[in-house]
Design a protein around this ligand. Structure first.
Ligand code: FES
Ligand code: FES
Length: 157
C-alpha cells in the first residue's frame, strides 16, 4: 500500500507492507534508528514517537495508521543540526542517561507533555512518563531533567 505521511517536517510517500508497525517502518525503511524497539508489545515506551501531537508507542501502531499523520521522531527534536532541544540538553546535564536505550522514548514523551504544558506538576510528569521504562537511572534524574527543560521552555528556549 502507498503511505503518505509527514515525518520530522518532511513529506514521505512510500510503498509499504501494511502488516509492519510504524516503528519497523521508521527503523528499517527510513533508517531512523533513534526510535528503539524494546518489548515490541507496547509496554516499555522505547519506541515512543509523537503522532499528531500525542506520544504513541510506535511498535504497536500499524504503519498505515500513519497515513496522513504528522510524526516527530527523536531525529526531529533538535532545534538545528548543531543545537539540541532543551529537553535533550537537560537529559545530558542532569545525568538522566546511562545506557541510553530508553532515552529517545523518554524524550518524546517529555516533549509531548511540555509542548502542551510547560509548567507541569510532579504528578503530570509521572503520568506522561509512566509508560517509559528505564532499567538504569532510577528515574530521579529523568524527572529533574524534565523540570529543568520545562523551566527553560517557559523562558522561550
Ligand atoms: S518497544 Fe514499543 S513499547 Fe516497548
Ligand atoms: S538509561 Fe538505560 S534504560 Fe534508561
Amino acid at each position: 500500500m502507498v503511505l503518505h505521511t509527514t515525518i520530522n517536517g518532511q513529506a514521505v510517500v512510500a510503498d509499504v507492507d501494511p502488516s509492519i508497525s510504524l516503528a519497523m517502518f521508521l527503523r528499517e525503511k527510513l533508517f531512523l534508528t533513534g526510535t528503539k524497539i524494546g518489548c515490541g508489545k507496547g509496554e516499555c515506551g522505547a519506541c515512543t514517537v509523537i503522532m499528531d501531537g500525542k506520544a504513541v508507542t510506535s511498535c504497536i501502531i500499524p504503519v498505515m495508521r500513519a497515513d496522513g499523520a504528522n510524526i516527530i521522531t527523536i531525529e526531529g527534536v533538535a532545534k538545528t543540526p548543531t543545537q539540541l532541544h532543551p529537553i535533550q540538553e537537560e537529559f545530558i546535564q542532569q545525568g538522566a542517561i546511562q545506557c541510553g536505550f530508553c532515552t529517545p522514548g523518554m524524550i518524546m514523551s517529555a516533549k509531548a507533555l511540555l509542548d502542551k504544558n510547560n509548567d507541569p506538576t510532579v504528578a503530570e510528569v509521572r503520568e506522561a512518563l509512566g509508560g517509559n521504562l528505564c532499567r538504569c537511572t532510577g528515574y530521579v534524574n529523568i524527572e529533574k531533567a524534565v523540570f529543568a527543560a520545562a523551566e527553560r521552555m517557559r523562558k522561550g528556549e
